[in-house]
Design a protein around this ligand. Structure first.
Ligand SMILES: Cc1ncc(COP(=O)(O)O)c(C=O)c1O
Length: 385
């Protein structure tokens, strides 16, 4: 018997797949543009490389799927050894669970009546862990799961220097853990200390120093919690930029890296050993002298942090990305002509994927499958409770 979430997930899958049927069998550079392309063999190699690197680490891998928002990729990651996935939103978490991923951490606070109610309902049939940093939010979560008769595991989020979510001190963490103990339906399992402020550090030595400092902060809070009777079975941290630093820390039990699957330009410049599996196909729609304009502006490709680049001509840099126009300054050597297509490596993968309904999954240059990008939540043609 499938439940509401599984049925909705299946329906959305079928809807997206059928609307992209005509792309199957096409060559990757002959798709209608802009098109999102996933090179499956490259993604597979990235997943295998990460899995092999994680074997020598203390921590296990729990990939962050806000990057790829797709169950097929998540399953490949789990088959390669990941212990589950983590997500940024409740919608992503529910889709992962409905698609068959057994262990889902929402590595973020879930706030708001509908979101909490939907999570509590989904927790009747799936296993979810959620991070909290606030007693009122914990009260709301507890009330919702008590009402539906479900349960949630909880990690206390610690701010380790990023200044986003998380309790700001060990005292706060202990007080929150004590409060959680009084709340029905919630079980304290440990902590999350995501060192996001270290990911942007281009200097590797400095990144190592900062990541160690962040994990020392996590360690201090974990020790204080333990002294107060709250043992942290789970200590969750890390991203692609720090996976091999934080993953080697004996205090950390799991790593939340996600972008390694695609290696956009942002991460590609920071971490070696992975290749670029995600591209956006664009067409030259304007060509005047040394100015070439493609139809894949910022509504088609994520430009956060670092600019996208052409796959075949990475040395040309973009002048700018307008909404529907990507302007490049080239020279006489650039052979691209009006109407020709070119693939781009996104500046940032997560904000690229979020713009599309589906990946054109490519093997040996040909589209072999369509993988839906469903968990975008209400308002984005995505999953609605
Ligand atoms: C809580 C959390 N964990 C982990 C990550 C790591 O993601 P990535 O590997 O893409 O850097 C992020 C990225 O924003 C995050 O917000």
């Amino acid at each position: 018997m499938t439940n509401f979430f599984e049925r909705t997930y299946q329906e959305l899958q079928e809807r997206v797949r059928s609307s992209y049927q005509s792309s199957l069998g096409k060559k990757r550079r002959e798709l209608v543009t802009p098109a999102l392309i996933l090179d499956l063999n490259v993604a597979r190699r990235n997943i295998e490389f990460m899995a092999s690197r994680m074997k020598s680490m203390h921590a296990k891998l729990r990939p962050h799927i806000k990057v790829q928002k797709n169950v097929e990729l998540a399953k490949m990651q789990v088959e390669a050894g990941a212990i589950g996935v983590c997500t940024a939103t409740v919608w992503e978490a529910i889709v992962m669970s409905a698609g068959g991923i057994k262990d889902v951490l929402i590595a973020n606070e879930v706030v708001g009546r509908e979101k909490i109610a939907t999570l509590a309902e989904a927790a009747k049939s799936g296993h979810f862990t959620v991070t909290v940093d606030d007693t009122n939010n914990a009260n709301d979560l507890s009330r919702a799961v008590s009402k539906t008769g479900s349960k949630l595991d909880v990690l206390i989020e610690i701010d380790v220097g990023m200044g986003r979510g998380g309790v700001r001190s060990a005292n706060e963490a202990v007080a929150l853990a004590q409060h959680l103990k009084t709340l029905p339906g919630l079980t304290f399992r440990g902590v999350q200390g995501y060192e996001g402020h270290c990911m942007l550090e281009p200097n590797r030595d400095e990144r190592i120093r900062k990541a160690h400092e962040a994990m020392d902060c996590v360690g201090r809070v974990v020790d204080r919690l333990a002294d107060s009777g709250f043992k942290s079975e789970i200590v969750s941290a890390g991203g692609t930029g720090t996976y091999d630093i934080t993953g080697a820390d004996p205090r950390v039990t799991e790593i939340q890296a996600g972008s390694y699957v695609f290696m956009d330009n942002f991460h590609g410049n920071l971490v070696p050993g992975f290749s670029k599996s995600l591209t956006v196909l664009g067409t030259v729609i304007i060509h005047h002298g040394n100015t070439i304009v493609f139809d894949c502006g910022r509504k088609s490709v994520g430009i956060d942090f670092v600019q996208p680049t052409m796959v075949d001509y990475p040395s040309y840099s973009a002048r700018y990305f307008a909404e529907e126009h990507a302007l490049f300054d080239v020279d006489e050597k650039c052979p691209l002509k009006l109407g020709e297509t070119m693939e781009f490596v996104p500046g940032y993968g997560p904000t690229t994927v979020n713009l599309y309904d589906a990946y054109h999954v490519v093997e040996d240059g040909v589209v072999v499958d369509i993988w839906p990008i469903i968990p975008r939540g209400p308002g984005h043609g995505g999953f609605i409770s």
